[in-house]
Design a protein around this ligand. Structure first.
Ligand code: MN
Length: 339
């Protein structure tokens, strides 16, 4: 949401490396109309300028920072809070069609992750198949729990089965904490319940639940992505693994190796070098991908930080675009236009 000052913009020089960003959001009016009061306030266009625009203004913002490609996803909770499964599926399809039109207008600058009606898992799996096979989508983003239910429940697994068969990743993005968690943890300090802290705790817990469920033994080709520099997990993984793996004889692999083998991590919303170095030392440079979390974060701020990191250029290229090209099966970098 921060806008760089005119002085900074004048001296800013985009880096000479292809930049792909994977956690970049938009808003479809038909879904916003279903959001509760909290989310409508959090996501109001006046509060988050640019969220509801997926055309020339967004491209200009990308150009200003030097971002070549945004993989777009609908802002949370998408269609996941809608009680009626048929309505949720219809609205998810409408949001995906709307997004596909925007991508078709800027096919070299925008790509798409599908929105899914997770509450209707069979319809969600069919929609993932439709968007990937007919519209060229690169995977899907799922926003946390579905009306209080987490993805370790096997009723959701048709979605993972489809993702594995299609060879596309599922990006697990935060949503508001489970209502009972919010009541217990955050009621007295509601500002703790969202992006400051609550989203990461919620998402990290969700990831560990998924690992313990055995979903990655069932679908060994399943790839997932999480944002925000790993949602606290890289820092916490050693202890979690040490306590959980001995108590999980039902799993084929350790908790640590399951995390490393199945998850990629993006830099969305965390433009800080110590956190990056911790994450890289745990998951390796092949599993870290550049992202911003636009328009909640500033493209220029993210790119400026990333461009000045004291890391090997070969690692910078992996994070900037090579890992994303591999994970999302994108064609390699076209030459940058001299515009
Ligand atoms: Mn985000």
């Amino acid at each position: 949401m921060t806008t760089p000052s005119p002085q900074l913009t004048q001296v800013y020089v985009p880096p000479p490396v292809r930049l792909i960003a994977l956690e970049e959001h938009f808003l479809y009016d038909g879904l916003l109309a279903t959001y509760d009061e909290t989310d409508r306030a959090l996501l109001a266009p006046s509060r988050v300028p640019g969220l509801d625009e997926i055309g020339d203004m967004r491209i200009a913002e990308m150009d200003r920072a030097g971002i070549d490609l945004q993989v777009l996803s609908h802002t949370k909770p998408g269609a996941q809070e809608i009680e009626d499964g048929a309505q949720a599926a219809a609205l998810a399809r409408a949001a995906n069609d709307y997004l596909a039109e925007a991508v078709a207008r800027h096919p070299t600058r925008l790509a798409a992750f599908a929105t899914l009606s997770t509450g209707a898992p069979e319809a969600a799996a069919a929609e993932l198949e439709r968007t990937v096979q007919r519209m060229g989508f690169k995977g899907a983003m799922i926003n946390g729990h579905t009306r209080g239910a987490y993805l370790d429940q096997q009723r959701f697994w048709p979605i993972f089965e489809a993702a594995e068969a299609l060879g596309v990743p599922i990006y697990l993005h935060p949503s508001n904490p489970h209502p009972q968690v919010f009541e217990a943890y955050y009621k007295d300090f509601p500002q703790l319940g969202f992006a400051s802290w609550g989203y990461a705790v919620e998402t990290a817990t969700h990831v560990l639940r998924l690992i313990l469920s055995g979903v990655f033994d069932r679908f060994p080709g399943l790839r997932m992505v999480i944002g925000h520099m790993g949602e606290l997990l890289p820092f916490a993984l050693w202890r979690a693994d040490g306590r959980l793996t001995p108590k999980s004889p039902h799993l084929k692999k350790s908790v640590r190796n399951t995390f490393i083998d199945h998850f990629s991590v993006t830099t969305s919303g965390v433009f800080s070098t110590p956190e990056l170095m911790c994450t890289a030392s745990v998951v390796g440079w092949d599993n870290i991908l550049f992202s911003v979390d636009y328009p909640f974060e500033s493209n220029v701020e993210a790119v400026r930080w990333f461009s000045h990191l004291p890391i090997a250029e070969s690692d910078r290229e992996k994070v900037a675009h090579r890992n994303a090209e591999r994970l999302l099966k994108l064609s390699p970098a076209p030459a940058r236009s001299a515009a």
